[in-house]
Design a protein around this ligand. Structure first.
Ligand code: ZN
Length: 274
């Protein structure tokens, strides 16, 4: 950057001294690569901004891996290997039309930066702690993928909402939960560092899709019997802001971070699921 600025200040005209020339022409644009691309803010979603957003086809143009939700909050989104899956509150997994919209989602092109084999954990908190030991950069967002065998999983989804739209903290009270045992599948997750604030979920946020693509949802609890973690550190964060009336009216000061944590970091302890 210093060299580029110097060359711009000094000029590249015929009178510029040879010694000031830089071999390669300076880049005049910032390249945004290895990006986590996020649509909307979690705080705006929490305030009830459940409508519209980009079409799924637009999501897939900027990522093949991620999580989110759908128009009217109609289920949990899992983006895996370039396909979008919708875990609906009726317990059915669908692959929706690519014209469906997503009021909140975060995706990236998953490029593996590292992996941990033979991972096991008796709870989601222990899994997170184990992963914390493995991720090399404390302050980068990560896309995380765990393919494995799960002895227990508690999943949730939420039903599509109708106006007037309630805040997310109230909608989550309508959540449907399921317990599953001895399933093979994939945890699709994000880890966002503390500086993310109320843009997204601080810490780990996991969705799940079974190997047979028949079961999925937002993960409330899990016991991982054995699996492989693959991680992708994201070097850029791109936030596409909503164009909605709710976003125009929303006051960031009015959002309670504890509400956000209660919504998306809600967890069951292993003993709770009995
Ligand atoms: Zn979720």
């Amino acid at each position: 950057m210093t060299l580029s600025l110097l060359s711009l200040v000094c000029g590249c005209g015929p009178t510029a001294p040879e010694a000031h020339r830089v071999a390669a022409p300076p880049r005049t644009t910032v390249t945004v690569d290895d990006a986590l691309v996020q649509f909307s803010l979690l705080a705006s979603l929490a305030a009830g901004d459940y409508l519209d957003g980009p079409r799924l086809s637009e999501l897939l143009a900027v990522g093949d891996f991620g999580i989110g939700t759908f128009h009217r909050l109609d289920g949990e989104m899992i983006v895996l290997d370039g396909h979008v899956y919708q875990a609906s509150a009726d317990g059915v997994i669908r692959q929706p039309s690519l014209d469906v919209t997503a009021p909140f989602a975060a995706v990236t092109f998953f490029d593996e930066d590292g992996r941990v084999e033979n991972l096991a954990a008796h709870s989601l908190d222990l899994l997170d702690a184990r992963i914390n030991q493995s991720l090399p950069h404390r302050n980068l967002p990560y896309a995380l993928r765990i393919d494995g065998e799960f002895s227990e999983l508690t999943l949730r989804s939420v039903p599509a909402q109708n106006p007037p739209y309630e805040p997310l903290v109230d909608v989550v009270k309508q959540q449907v939960t399921w317990e599953h045992h001895n399933l093979r599948g994939t945890l699709v997750g994000l880890h966002c560092p503390g500086w993310i604030g109320n843009l997204n979920v601080t810490g780990y946020h996991w969705h799940f899709l079974s190997e047979d693509r028949q079961i999925g949802g937002h993960v409330l609890a899990c016991q991982l019997k054995q699996g492989t973690l693959r991680y992708d550190a994201c070097r850029s964060l791109v936030v596409r802001l909503p164009e909605s009336d709710v976003f125009d009216r929303f006051d960031a000061q009015s959002i309670d971070q504890q509400d956000i944590d209660a919504i998306e970091r809600q967890r069951e302890r292993p003993s709770d699921s009995r």
